[in-house]
Structures are given as C-alpha cells and as structure tokens.
Design a binder for this molecule. Structure first.
Ligand code: CUK
Ligand code: CUA
Length: 769
C-alpha cells in the first residue's frame, strides 16, 4: 500500500503543512536586464510584453469571438493576452466537444447540413455578430454565417454551444451576414454571387432576367434563443454581387445598408477567350450601396405582399420600388465594408480599388428620399440617389481600404488597408488622417473592442492579416494566419503582439468585455444542452438500467469519478444500441469523455449534461470503452466493455478473475489508512463549515458533490464491514479500497472548496452550538 502513504503525504502537504522547505535553496535569479540581453529584447518589447502578459490565474479584459474561416468553426481568445480559449464546432463536427457525435448535437448539425441532397460537413465562416440591446452588446448570443453554403448559426454564450443552423432557402452563395439590427430583431444575410432562387438549371444567358441577389432578414426570438424561419423574409435585389451589410442604429434604426460589386453584371469565361470576371467586374467607377427600410419591409410581408419561394417570404423588387423601401447610392469602385457609426448618423464605405473611404450622411440621404430627389434609375427601376449629395466627406486613407471600426473617442475610426498592409487612423467628422501603422501583412478585417456597437470600448485593435509569411517558425507551405494586437489607447498606434491562428482563415472577429459574459460552469443535472431542456434520457446514480424497447437497446448510464455505470454492456450482433450518459458531477471542470473502440462513438459529457450515442452493433466482437478526459487519479480505470455476441447465442456470466487474495492484515492496514484520511476530510469540512461558504455558489456545488461522494463512501464502508464480519478479507479489502477512492474524491473537492474560500475572501462565521 505504498501508493496510499504517498497520496496521504501529498494531501497533508497541500492542506497547508508548508511548502517553505522547497523555497530555501535556489541559485540567484537572473535580473530583467540579464533576460533582455540574453533574448535580445528592447525596452519597447518589454513594454509590449508588460501590456499583454496575464499572470497565472489572471483574466483577460475582453473576449474575442473569431470566425474560423473554412474550418467551419469559431474560436475564442482573450485580449490582451491573445491566449486561445476554445474552438467551437459550428458547421463542422468537432470531436473534443462531441459535436456531431452525440445524437443531440447531430440533430443540430443535420437540421442544417443537407443542401441539394448532399451532407455538407464544413462551412466558410466569415462574420460573427453578438446580440445587441439598444445597439450595445448584451453578451447573450452569437450568430455566424457560412459563405459557401448560405446558412446562419446561433451560438448561446451561456455555454458557447451551437444551438441552431438555418439554411437560406433561396441563396446559392452569400457574404453579407451575420449582422444584427439594434435589438437583434433580425439577423441580416445578403447574397454574394447571384443565382436563380429555384433549384433548377438556368442558363447564364438569362443572368439579367432570372438570376437574383437577396437580402434576408432572419427573425430572432430572444426568449427562445432561436431563429424563426417562418417569420423571416427576404428582399429581392438585382444580380449585383451584394457584399457586406450593416444595420442602422438610433436615427437610422429600421434601415440597413448592403454593398455590392460587379454591378456591371459581367460574366467571365476566360476558358472561352472572354476577359475574366476580375476585368469585367471593375469597369465602372462606382457600384451601389443598397439601402433597405427593413422595418417597412417586414410590415409589407405581414400585409401579404411577399411571394412564397421555396416556402420562404420574398418581397419582389417591383413591390419594394413601389412602396419606397429600396434605394441605391453609388459607391466608389469595388467596395467592401460598410459600417454604421455608433450614433447611426453616418456609414463608412471603403472601395478596394479606390484610395478613399467615403462617409455617407444618413440625414442627407433621408432628405433626398423624402424629396424624391433621385439621380436616376437602375435597369430594374430602383431609384438611385446622387453620390455627392449623399456624402459627408471622402478621405484618402491608402491603397485598398477594406473595413472600418470605431474607437471610443468620438469621430475616430480605423480602416484596414489591404494593398499597403497598414491600418489608417482617421477622423471622419473632420475628414483627416491621424496616424498610420504598418502591419505584417495584408490586413483583411480589423477589430476594435465592441467597435461595431453603439458603445465602442477603444483600448485595443486587432489586425486580422491574410498573410503571415515570415512571422512565425515555418511549419510547411500552409501557414497559420496572423492576428496582430495593437494598442490604440494613445495618439499613436503601437503594435504589441503576433498571434498565429492555426485553424482556418478568419475573416471578421468581434470582442466583448469579459464582464458582460455570464457563462455556466455546469448544467443542471440531466440537461440536454442542445434543446436547453431536461433530457428524457437523464439518469440518477443507482438508477442505471438497460431497457429493450422497439428494437433498440437503451442503456441509461452515469459518469462520475472514476467509473462509468454500467461497466459491461452486452448486446447481440445487429442490435441497435442507444447509450445515454449523464455526468452526475457538480464540481467545476469535471468533464468525462466516452469513446468506444471501432464504432465512431466519442462523447463529451460536461458536469450535468446528458448525451446519447445511437449506433448499430454491426459485427460481433469485444470493444473496450473508456473515459477520454483525465478526470482523476483513477481515470485510466474509468473503463468498460461493449460485448457484441454472435447472433443467436446466449449471454453467459463468465467467472471473473479475482486478482490477488488479501489477508486480514491487508484489510486492517486499509481501514487504518481510511480512518486517517477521514480525519483529514473532517478538518477540511470544519474549515469550510466554519466559514460563510453558502455565499459562494462554486463552493456550494463542490460541497454537494462531496456529500454525494461521502454517501458512496458510506455504502462502500458498509459493504467492507459486512464482508469483514464474514471474514472474507478479499472482498472486505476491495470494498475498503473503494471506500478510500470515494474519500479521495471527497478530499479533492474539499481542497478545491477550501482554496476557493481562501482566495475569495471567505470569513469565519461564529457558530452557535
Ligand atoms: S470579408 Cu474576408 S476580409 Cu468575408 Cu468580411 Cu473582408
Ligand atoms: Cu472520467 Cu476520466
């Protein structure tokens, strides 16, 4: 029993018997100067490091939520540390989270991945958007689009899980999503490459007549946290390659703006000797920003003015023109981003082939519309407003401007300059450039803290670079992306940090104050996190069972340190098996995984969660299963067997091997150890209960868990004593060991509770006895 003494020693040390012995003898520490010299660091480097470094246990001020590009995922990182916190499966299965492996998440993924009869297992995510209340981030939900297969996903920020995916019923390509209206009434999604709304073939010769763009307004039900496709609609627009969008705020609330390029409606065909798309699509000096009065459009849809196409409401162009809800304004050559100012009075457009950023004045635009002061009509009869009359100002910001973000300082914005590889800081009220900073290399989007909301937070800017080239250690021809952190608190921008992104090509990222997020640490026991309700398959400890129903073997099991119940599952070849597992832990971060050999079963079961895996036991054989998260000292023993016996054979209860035979002396040694361990537990319990632990929800949960484990310990103790009374030292000792296992888990939780109380200023409360 050497291991036991070892464990005991570690425990008593951890319980406060002193680490001081370790600290006494160490060689002289190098000074900051020594380290700077050895690593070749400058003062500026040290300053940058000090601005980004977060000591162990420290937290970041902002959480960035980034698109993961063609990985079909999103990922989270902290600012300023740039530490990656999590990848989240959205359009792509993600094994760590069991996403796309358990039945519950499969339902989310599969409700939104059957396109044109094909199962799509990736997405090209571009633009995340956080829900807003009065234009300000509220930290409840995130939406993200898929450019390749027009879809929008809903992610709940309480657990950062994907809850819903909706397929756009009329688009074949999209880009201008996801953007939310001021109170997240709608999530905007706009087409990129025009196509026919139907599913049938339409020759390109009918491009102008039958190909169309669209701007979809997905209705979001905040209470349910889900999009309502039946209450959503689209506005029909010309086949102009619509691009990014943004929703107005305050004075411009009720309106949205969507860019476009290739308003030439040019069709390439380089293989046939025609000049390519890129030449034909940049002939004109201007393209069009589309202005839509979505509030009025929603009323028109309610009034029955929409057509049903593929079961979806589409407001025809002629209706929108007649009702005065759709307008075009020229915008300089091949525009890309469109971004409303925090007060909603302006929006800024940058043209990729023009050095200017254009500031449009929403007030002027409304006056032109009211006065019906139009400069002309497009081929589809949509009124066009005069560019000059709509502008507040234009500023030359650099070659290839793309996207703009707002600072907390009034009138200050940052625009990404792709060709010049630079960020330009400028004043859009006065129309002057304030500062320029070179980045490495070829910036796409850029992002300031809450910089697209009504309350930008300033402080930091992240440059989302398209190329990394020589910034990182080479890892082959496919390079990581590079997110560069920039300090924008002073007059001059300062580059602080390079973060490689090893996932996909992120397009847009949003960052929110960490203080606005209130994520769960555990689910209420038996929770189906994908439907946000109690699972019908939840199980309590002691109630595990196997039920054969309608040709399916349902296994209702539980997971707790360190066993999976049941430990043996036996079925007949050809049977369908549905394993439902509930993690009955309440301690923070006690996730168990579950993987079975050879059946593509791989689950992540966070505390409280219930998930299911349904599969066919296709072939007879022996298939070990185990927990995939190192959850305790006896994690490796968190194991079991799926036995699939040949068809038509009977189950047999094999004589199990007993291991070594213990003596009375072994039993007594074990019990003495358990009694000593109990004394340690008692001292921790005393520490906790003397304090105001009920004021700490984390500690309350840990105590509940510990009590569970102690109850298990009591049961094991009883069994051990029963066998001892019969002088069966083998079983008495084995149950004695099991009793100790429960004690260890209790002590582990007690320790965490004690540390939490110590670190969070718990106070001793006088106990009347
Ligand atoms: S896009 Cu990629 S850099 Cu999809 Cu917003 Cu501009
Ligand atoms: Cu549970 Cu390892």
């Amino acid at each position: 029993m050497k291991t036991l003494t070892g464990y005991g020693a570690v425990m008593s040390m951890a319980f406060g018997l002193g680490m001081s012995a370790f600290i006494a003898t160490s060689s002289a520490q190098p000074t900051l100067d020594d380290v700077m010299k050895a690593r070749g660091l400058t003062q500026k480097d040290i300053l940058a490091a000090a601005k980004t470094y977060v000591p162990t246990g420290g937290r970041d001020e902002f959480i960035a939520i980034s698109s993961g590009g063609q990985s079909g995922q999103i990922f989270l990182y902290g600012i300023p540390s740039m530490r990656i916190l999590k990848y989240i499966g959205v359009f792509t299965p993600e094994p760590w989270q069991g996403y796309g492996f358990d039945d519950e998440s499969k339902a989310v993924l599969e409700a939104g991945n059957l396109i044109n009869g094909n199962r799509i297992t990736y997405g090209d995510t571009h633009h995340p958007a956080i829900t807003e209340t009065n234009g300000v981030y509220d930290g409840e939900y995130v939406f993200i689009n898929d450019k390749a297969n027009p879809r929008i996903a809903v992610i709940d920020m309480k657990d950062f899980e994907t809850k819903q995916i909706v397929i756009n019923p009329i688009m074949k390509s999209e880009h201008g999503g996801a953007f939310v209206t001021q109170n997240s009434e709608y999530v905007i999604e706009a087409t990129q490459y025009a196509g026919p709304y139907g599913h049938d073939y339409v020759p390109l010769s009918k491009f102008n007549e039958e190909y169309r763009g669209a701007i979809t307004y997905w209705k979001f039900n905040r209470e349910k946290g889900r999009i309502e496709p039946e209450n959503s609609f689209s506005v029909e627009v010309p086949p102009y390659s619509q691009d990014l969008s943004d929703a107005g705020k305050f004075v411009s609330h009720g309106w949205s703006a969507t860019n476009s390029f290739c308003t030439e409606r040019y069709i390439g065909g380089i293989e046939k000797g025609r000049p390519p798309f890129e030449a034909g699509c940049s002939q004109k000096d201007t393209d069009f920003v589309h202005l839509v009065n979505w509030k009025k459009a929603a009323e028109l849809v309610k009034a029955g003015k929409a057509k049903k196409i593929n079961g979806h409401n589409v407001l025809p162009m002629d209706v929108s023109i007649k009702e005065g809800i759709l307008f075009l304004i020229p915008e300089p050559k091949s525009p890309h981003g469109v971004d409303f100012s925090p007060d909603g009075k302006f929006f800024i457009v940058a043209g990729k082939l023009d050095t200017h950023a254009s500031v449009y004045d929403f007030g002027k635009i409304m006056k032109l519309i009211e006065a019906k002061d139009f400069a002309g009509k497009d081929p589809y009869g949509i009124p066009i407003l005069d560019l000059k009359k709509s502008l507040h100002t234009q500023v030359s910001v650099g070659l290839g401007p793309l996207h703009t973000q707002y600072d907390s300082k009034p009138c200050v914005v940052y625009t990404s300059i792709y060709v010049d590889s630079m960020v330009t800081k400028w004043d859009y009220c006065e129309g002057k450039v304030l500062d320029k900073l070179h980045i490495h290399y070829n910036i796409g989007h850029l992002m300031t803290m809450e910089g697209d909301s009504a309350k930008p937070q300033g402080k930091y800017l992240v440059s989302l670079n398209k190329l990394a080239i020589d910034r990182f250690n080479p890892v082959g021809p496919l390079h990581p992306q590079n997110h560069q952190l920039i300090d924008i608190s002073g007059d001059k921008m300062q580059l602080l940090y390079d973060m490689p992104v090893p996932l996909g090509e992120p397009h847009y990222t949003v960052a929110i104050r960490a203080s606005l997020l209130k994520p769960k640490v555990r689910y209420s026991t038996g929770w189906d996190s994908r439907t946000d309700s109690k699972s019908a398959y939840r199980t309590r400890p002691g109630r595990e069972k196997v039920v054969r129903k309608d040709g399916v073997v349902h296994v209702y099991g539980t997971l707790i340190r360190s066993h999976i119940t049941p430990e043996i599952i036996e079925v007949e070849e050809g049977e369908t098996v549905s394993i439902h597992l509930t993690n009955v832990e309440r301690a923070e971060d006690e996730t168990h995984g579950f993987a079975i050999n050879g059946h593509n079963v791989n689950l992540s079961v966070e505390p409280g969660k219930t998930v299911s895996a349904t599969f066919k036991a296709n072939s007879q054989g022996v298939f070990p299963y185990y927990c995939t998260e190192f959850c305790s000292a006896l994690h490796l023993e968190m194991q079991g067997y799926l036995l699939v016996r040949p068809k038509g054979t009977k189950a047999e209860d094999a004589a199990l091997s007993e291991g070594q035979a213990y003596t009375e002396a072994d039993y007594k040694k074990q019990i003495a150890n358990n009694v000593a361990t109990q004394a340690v537990i008692d001292s921790v319990v005393k520490f906790i209960t003397e304090r105001n632990f009920k004021d700490f929800p984390t500690v309350v949960a840990l105590v509940e868990d510990a009590v569970d484990q102690l109850n298990f310990a009591a049961e094991a103790k009883k069994k051990s004593e029963e066998f001892a009374a019969k002088k069966d030292w083998q079983n008495a000792t084995l149950w004695g060991q099991q009793w100790f296992q429960y004690q260890v888990k209790t002590a582990d939780m007690g320790l965490r509770a004690k540390t939490h109380l110590e670190q969070n200023g718990a106070v001793v409360v006088k106990k009347d006895k």
